[in-house]
Design a protein around this ligand. Structure first.
Ligand SMILES: [Cu+2]
Length: 272
């Protein structure tokens, strides 16, 4: 196998200090790790940071995280723009809501069971958003999720999408104007998690190239527990085709066993 080209620096300090504003830590300068491209190296990196510590709860400015390998976002058919409003209900129990529904899953009948059963209607609290290409042979198509915080708490949320890297097309305070005019589609920051600003919106673009059931959730664990999540079911007809029959059987066996099992404790949160 051909060796990968060696980057200019082969090892880097990774520093968690950026989070200190939102999650204060007495030993913030000790939250470090090392990223090494040479797995046999034990030398310490000599890299230094030019990052100014954050004064807010957002991620680094998008202008500071322009990808080295440029990739643009193209072709967003209008039906693939998905707007979801984040809010909350605070009765005896606090719940986050996505378009008025707080996510709650039934572990013995998960989303993929509905997919294997060819059901296209999912339980409301599964917060399923069907998405997919206009045809299996369509040229590359993108989808965009716009999460709009319409609540009054004004908290920033780190939003994570399963199944895809995503491109940060917009990340702003205030209301989305309903158009793609102000989206940055030219080599936007690519992320695994990006911050939804309190009272604002986050527009996450992803290429529709991976049929499956993909969770989107706040990465603050107790917010996910309180229902801050939705699921994309992407190109549902193609999902089962991609999964070997043996695996589907195993999946059904596990769900059946789970259904027969008497739980030691009851499900007491969203289930994710
Ligand atoms: Cu959150």
């Amino acid at each position: 196998m051909e060796a990968l080209p060696t980057p200019a620096f082969s090892k880097y300090w990774l520093h968690g200090g950026w989070v200190n504003r939102c999650a204060p830590n007495a030993n913030v300068n000790s939250i470090t790790g090392i990223v090494r491209y040479n797995t046999s190296s034990t030398a310490l990196p000599t890299t230094t940071s030019t990052v100014t510590p954050s004064t807010h709860c957002l991620n680094e400015p998008l202008a500071s995280t322009i990808p080295y390998l440029p990739l643009n976002v193209t072709n967003i058919p209008p039906p693939n723009l998905v707007l979801e409003n984040l809010n909350f209900t605070a009765g005896a129990v606090f719940h986050w809501t996505i378009n008025t529904s707080s996510l709650v899953l039934d572990w013995k009948n998960p989303t993929m069971m509905h997919v294997f059963n060819n059901e296209s209607i999912f339980p409301t609290p599964y917060n399923v958003v069907p998405i997919g290409r206009s045809s299996p042979t369509a040229s590359p198509e993108w989808a965009v999720l716009i999460i709009q915080d319409v609540g009054t708490i004004n908290l920033a949320h780190p939003i994570h999408l399963h199944g895809h890297d995503f491109w940060v097309l917009a990340q702003k305070t205030g209301r989305w104007d309903g158009t793609t005019t102000n989206f940055n589609t030219v080599n936007p920051t690519r992320r695994d998690v990006a911050t939804l600003p309190g009272g604002g919106y986050l527009a996450m673009g992803f290429l529709l190239d991976n049929p499956g059931a993909w969770l989107v959730h706040c990465h603050i664990a107790w917010h996910a527990s309180q229902g801050l999540s939705l699921e994309f079911v992407e190109d549902q007809k193609e999902i089962a085709m991609k999964i070997p029959e043996g695996e589907e059987r195993q999946f059904r066996d596990v769900c059946k066993s789970w259904g027969l099992h008497t739980p030691v404790w009851e499900q007491d949160d969203s289930g994710i």
